[in-house]
Write a protein that binds this ligand. Sequence first.
Ligand code: PEP
Length: 255
Amino acid sequence: MCYNRTIMAVTIVANWKMHPQTKAGARVLVSATKKAARTIRGLSVIIAAPSIFLAEAAKGPKSAKVAFAAQDIHFEKVGAFTGETSAWQAKDVGAAYTLIGHSERRAMGETDEDTRKKVAAALAAGLKPILCVGEKHRDSEGEYLAGFSAQLMTGLADVPASKLKAVSIAYEPVWAIGGEKPMSPNLMHETSLYIRKVLSERFGKAALSVPILYGGSITEQTAREMMTEGEVQGLLVGHVSVDPVRFATLLKSLA
Ligand code: PEP
């Protein structure tokens, strides 16, 4: 099977996790991010803000380069789910995307089956899901491949090929998250081809429209190399995205 993939704009997801501490800090970070993204062609930034700050973050002056995401959603529309935020609520306050299945959510008990329902709910609400997958460890026999293929297949089980263009995949090997050294771009290149193959087996040609992002310890020193050699269409950046100076340098390195 051989299809030509269309060239996509580069997507950088800024996963703020549980930062910053205040609403005022969130405002400052949004405007620094918009300023940094403004002059860089062919690139868009998605800020995944904590749900408590999402409305505030999304309500400032509009920028064609910056969109907003929830970090997680519940799969029900409304109801007795204390502490949760639905896809419909996130959309209503300005989110266009949502992360689903981040490893930090999976570590708190989220299952593949939960991600399946969340992806379907996101699409039903008009949010674009960014499904996060990735193994905890790599073994030399390649068994880890079956693990994250299952994450992919279950997470996307209810997605028809016609809706696949709204979906992105963020590959985040758990063992590479939270430091300053990402996985090697060569390994990512191989992994990206494998993910594309798994998607193609299930969705055929529609799989070519799915952006594959890499996440895990990307810094201003490593972003460019990962983009040029990793066969990825974007990056998911955690701790560096809440440091305005480092994040601006990272975006600039991709110009
Ligand atoms: C993440 O947790 O999604 C992530 C990529 O974090 P970091 O960049 O800090 O490794």
